[in-house]
Design a protein around this ligand. Structure first.
Ligand code: ADP
Ligand code: TZD
Ligand code: MG
Length: 583
């Protein structure tokens, strides 16, 4: 054989051999893709840099962030919006820990996500011999998520990814940790055997039908109600049973209260919405139907002053998690199952003759609503300089009404609490916010995921402090040219910008930032559009322009530094000092 022929033959053999082989990197990617997971949010580095590169080469969307927490928050919101686990990819120890806050937050909020982190070698980690970024990540993650798995052999990647997906989305959704040691990614195996080791998860979130007697009991309790109320939570929004939920509300005629991220499940201007009469309905209702909402701090644990006289209420609770029943108060009629199945079972039960709620109850709610709406509406038209929360949000409220398919991201204290009650939502899953923990820092991650997953315009309404937690991601927004308009409510600080250092020393008070900062310049630094708004008209014009153009925009909205209150609407949760009273 000639030298040339020999080299050709060697090359062909080599090609045939590589064609017949696969490795850990590609098995992870193939396993995700086989399960219709086509986007990864993350930050590159050892040992997962090539995983991101190969994923992009294999046609996945790989969105690189500036900090893992923001990538993790994006993955969690992707999970909430799509019912598929959002994937966050990080490096070992510090990158993993940065992503872990988001994983724990996702679990707390019942959002499905998978945190995939590269890790150091087991034999070095377990002997604590000081590997690069050494940490026993699996042990650290386990108490903070729904499930945590480590893969040691390439042939187990398929089953591990399948388990992770099923654990994230089945039953009560939540966060899953998947640990991939560096050596695993480089492991090589026969390509055909690799293909056969992959698992496409069949029915990842199986329906869970409620027991017929549980449904009958719930209907019985509901039938006896004189002042019934339905509370819709973000579990109801997640479940995507929009038409049946609306039908249940409308056919039963029962007033409903949306929790913050359930706003828009029915439009906030729906005649049965009791949103503007919240304190009245919580206090006075005699039967309360909870649909995908927990009786946690956000609902004053179902007891106490907000809920009226003790022993006057009966609860019906629909939830997929049986342990949620009786978490804070007795549940008279637990209905355990997935919301779609439970709501349609109730719906069948109220078909035909169903008594409308007593007119006195409906009238009392209408009266209170009208009173509160009137009180609010004059404030929304204010034109004081600088703007206060009401006048600025009055402008944004009109914009959201005109653009109901835009997604609203919202965090802060006053900026959050006022926006939640002032900005009406008209479509399901359009409001993304601080969730169960009231966590700051979800803003830019949520905005990126909302834009990437839905392609819809995003309006992020951010307190100046809240924005700071993820603000560097404006570069990410510019890099991917996402249709995100960020409005920073700049009141010079946390809650208010006017606290002073009581000692008269040169440090400013702990709640105060640099005065009159220009956050808009941050967006300009990366080629996006910056705007500065001091009046509702200027704000309106700048937001409309941004939403029309779809260009990354940040508007610095100047808000009166004295307008806010301590902790927004939850100041009552601040412990009081026994020895020192604030002036
Ligand atoms: P909110 O903060 O809006 O009140 P929570 O996060 O407290 O809502 O409650 C959401 C609830 O919804 C959780 O208890 C969760 O188990 C439940 N849940 C989530 N998805 C489903 C589903 N598909 N079917 C039934 N319950 C669900
Ligand atoms: N850190 C994290 C992760 N979450 C938190 N919720 C807080 C700190 C404490 N915190 C709040 O609860 S709201 C808030 C902080 C720091 C910021 C409020 O200031 P803001 O909003 O500028 O975002 P307003 O409009 O000035 O009230
Ligand atoms: Mg502020």
């Amino acid at each position: 054989m000639s030298a040339m022929a020999q080299s050709v033959e060697a090359k062909t053999n080599e090609a045939a051999e590589t064609e017949a082989l696969t490795d850990g990197f590609h098995l992870v990617i193939d396993a995700l893709k086989l399960n219709d997971i086509n986007t990864i949010y993350g930050v590159p580095g050892i040992p997962i840099t090539d995983l991101g590169r190969f994923a992009q080469a294999e046609g996945m969307r790989v969105i690189s962030f500036r900090h893992e927490q923001n990538a993790g928050n994006a993955a969690a919101i992707a999970g909430f919006l799509t019912q598929k686990p959002g994937v966050c990819l990080t490096v070992s120890a510090p990158g993993f820990l940065n992503g872990l806050t988001a994983l724990a937050n996702a679990t707390t909020n019942c959002f499905p996500m998978i945190l995939i982190s590269g890790s150091s070698e087991r034999e070095i980690v377990d002997l604590q011999q000081g590997d690069y970024e050494e940490m026993d990540q699996l042990a650290v993650a386990r108490p903070l998520c729904k499930a945590a798995y480590r893969v040691l052999h390439a042939e187990d990647i398929g089953i591990a990814v399948a388990r992770a997906i099923r654990a994230a989305v089945s039953g009560r959704p939540g966060g899953v940790y998947l640990d991939l040691p560096a050596q695993l990614l480089g492991q090589v195996m026969d390509a055909e055997a690799g293909r056969q080791s992959l698992v496409k998860v069949v029915d990842p979130a199986p329906r869970q039908l409620p027991a017929p007697d549980a449904v009958a009991r719930a209907l019985e309790v509901l039938k006896g109600a004189e002042r019934p109320l339905i509370i819709l939570g973000k579990g109801a929004a997640y479940a995507q049973a929009d038409a049946d939920i609306r039908a249940l509300v409308e056919k039963s005629g029962i007033p409903y209260l949306p929790m913050s991220m359930a706003k828009g499940l029915l439009p906030d201007d729906h005649p049965q919405s009791a949103g503007p009469a919240r304190s009245l309905v919580l206090k006075e209702a005699d039967v309360v139907v909870l649909i995908g909402a927990r009786l946690n701090w956000l609902l004053s644990h179902g007891k106490g002053k907000a809920w009226g006289a003790p022993g006057t209420k009966r609860f019906i609770q629909i939830d997929i998690e049986p342990k949620e029943m009786d978490s804070n108060v007795e549940i008279a009629a637990p209905v355990v199952g997935d919301i779609g199945s439970c709501v349609s079972a109730l719906l069948r039960g109220i078909d035909g003759e169903w008594p409308a709620p007593p007119a006195a109850w409906i009238d009392a709610i209408r009266e209170r609503k009208e009173k509160n709406v009137a009180k609010m509406s004059s404030k929304l038209l204010g034109n004081s300089l600088p703007m206060d929360f009401h006048s600025a949000l009055g402008a944004l409220r009109t914009i959201v009404k005109e653009r109901p398919d835009a997604i609203l991201v919202n965090e802060g204290a006053n900026t959050l609490d006022f926006a939640r009650s002032i900005i009406d939502m008209y479509q399901p899953r359009k409001r993304l916010d601080v969730g169960t923990w009231g966590i700051m820092g979800i803003g830019m991650g949520a905005a990126v995921a909302a834009a990437v997953e839905t392609g819809k315009p995003v309006l992020a309404v951010e307190g100046d402090s809240a924005f700071g937690f993820s603000g560097m991601e404006v570069e990410t927004i510019c890099r991917y040219n996402l249709p995100v308009c960020v409005v920073v409510f700049n009141n010079n600080g946390i809650y208010r910008g006017c606290d002073v250092n009581p000692t008269g020393g040169s440090d400013v008070a702990p709640t105060v930032f640099v005065k009159d900062s220009r956050y808009d310049k941050m967006m300009e630094a990366f080629g996006g559009i910056g705007a500065h708004a001091t009046t509702p008209d200027e704000l309106s014009r700048a937001v409309n322009e941004a939403m029309d153009s779809g260009k990354p925009t940040l508007i610095n909205a100047v808000i009166d530094e004295k307008a806010g209150t301590e902790s927004g609407r939850i100041g009552n949760l601040n412990p009081q000092s026994a020895v020192s009273k604030k002036a």
